[in-house]
Design a protein around this ligand. Structure first.
Ligand code: SF4
Length: 336
């Protein structure tokens, strides 16, 4: 279920050749482990469409077929048991072809995602409005109308731009006009650093305003990173419960221990343990004890040593080279 009070779902898209069932399944299972909740695959040809059934059998999360123009690919994907089709009805061609896809979706009770992209809008809309959020919204509404005229309402919509301000505006405009669940994303957002910032601002702004049913963080690079960033956005906005929380100070001239490597090692450990716990890794005794006391486990650095806190109480003072070991021991005590 998507939309309404259901959790906002984090999705990704495979970058394998869909025809290569083994590689695609392997990638999906890895992403599942990282928390991916919906996965999309490109269906550029009939062989890829025919591979859907074999892929479906081996994975556990809903599978979406991404199709451009060719209704036969949609029909085959549906026949193979896909869980959702991403296709723009306005680009399919004759009414007959659209109806065939809609009828097949109705029969299998699966939704259609309309995916509007700021970079590929209809010519007449570009002439009327330019490459603007208004043009994208009108394009989305045209596709919606085609489906509604066929009495099909199991619809999701995405309306992506590669720049953040038009992306936010387009989704806001669209959310005012329709009530269907929206799939959020900044398209072609870039490499992990730039992309993470663009996605966090674009998706985060909308989610913070109550807009969005699913999201995909698009990053050129690791798909696993997409999932991680997706969750981080939702967690930061309180839309997903954090498994663990780590507070660490940025360090300053008062810090007399190697707080950076200590924070990195602690975060890695927490990711591995993946249990609900709050840990504070702080550099000095000015601001350190306050945060450390609020956490389940915390340290506040000193000159070549640190004070270790557990549940608000001082446990002991440990020399710098033993801080991580002592932290690890206490964290494992609480989480095991
Ligand atoms: Fe500086 Fe201490 Fe604050 Fe860390 S906790 S930033 S070392 S004042």
């Amino acid at each position: 279920m998507l939309g309404g009070n259901n959790p906002i779902r984090v999705q990704s898209m495979c970058n394998t050749d869909t025809k290569d069932v083994e590689a695609t399944v392997k990638q999906i299972l890895e992403l599942e482990k990282k928390g991916c909740e919906i996965i999309r695959v490109a269906v550029p040809g009939m062989e890829a469409a025919k591979a859907i059934g074999a892929i479906k059998k081996k994975i556990n999360i809903p599978l979406v077929a991404d199709i451009h123009f060719d209704h036969k690919l949609a029909l085959e994907s549906i026949k193979q048991g896909v869980d959702k089709v991403r296709i723009n009805p306005g680009n399919i061609g004759s009414e007959e072809k659209v109806k065939a896809v809609v009828d097949a979706c109705k029969e299998k009770n699966i939704p259609i995602r309309i995916g509007v992209n700021g970079g590929s809008l209809e010519k007449d809309l570009l002439e009327k409005y330019g490459q603007t959020p208004k043009a994208a919204v009108e394009s989305a509404l045209r596709h919606v109308q085609i489906l509604e005229e066929l009495d099909f309402h199991d619809i999701l919509i995405s309306i992506k731009f590669s720049e953040v301000p038009p992306m936010i505006e387009a989704y806001r405009l669209l959310a005012k006009k329709i009530d269907y669940p929206l799939h959020l994303g900044v398209t072609h957002a870039g490499t992990p650093f730039t992309g993470t910032i663009k996605n966090a601002i674009g998706i985060g702004t909308l989610v913070g305003q109550g807009i969005g049913a699913t999201l995909r963080v698009s990053l050129t690079g690791s798909l696993e990173e997409e999932i991680k960033v997706g969750y981080a956005i939702l967690e930061s906005l309180g839309k997903r419960k954090k498994k663990f929380e780590m507070i660490s100070c940025p360090s300053c001239g008062r810090c007399e221990i190697d707080i950076v490597s200590l924070a990195q090692k602690t975060e890695k450990l927490l990711e591995k343990i993946n249990k609900p716990i709050k840990v504070a890794v702080m550099g000095c005794i000015v601001n350190g004890p306050g945060e450390a006391k609020e956490a389940d486990i915390g340290i506040a650095g000193g000159h070549g040593k640190a004070i270790l806190f557990a549940k608000g109480k001082v446990l002991k003072t440990v020399p710098e080279k033993e801080i991580f070991k002592a932290l690890e021991k206490e964290i494992k005590k609480i989480t095991s």
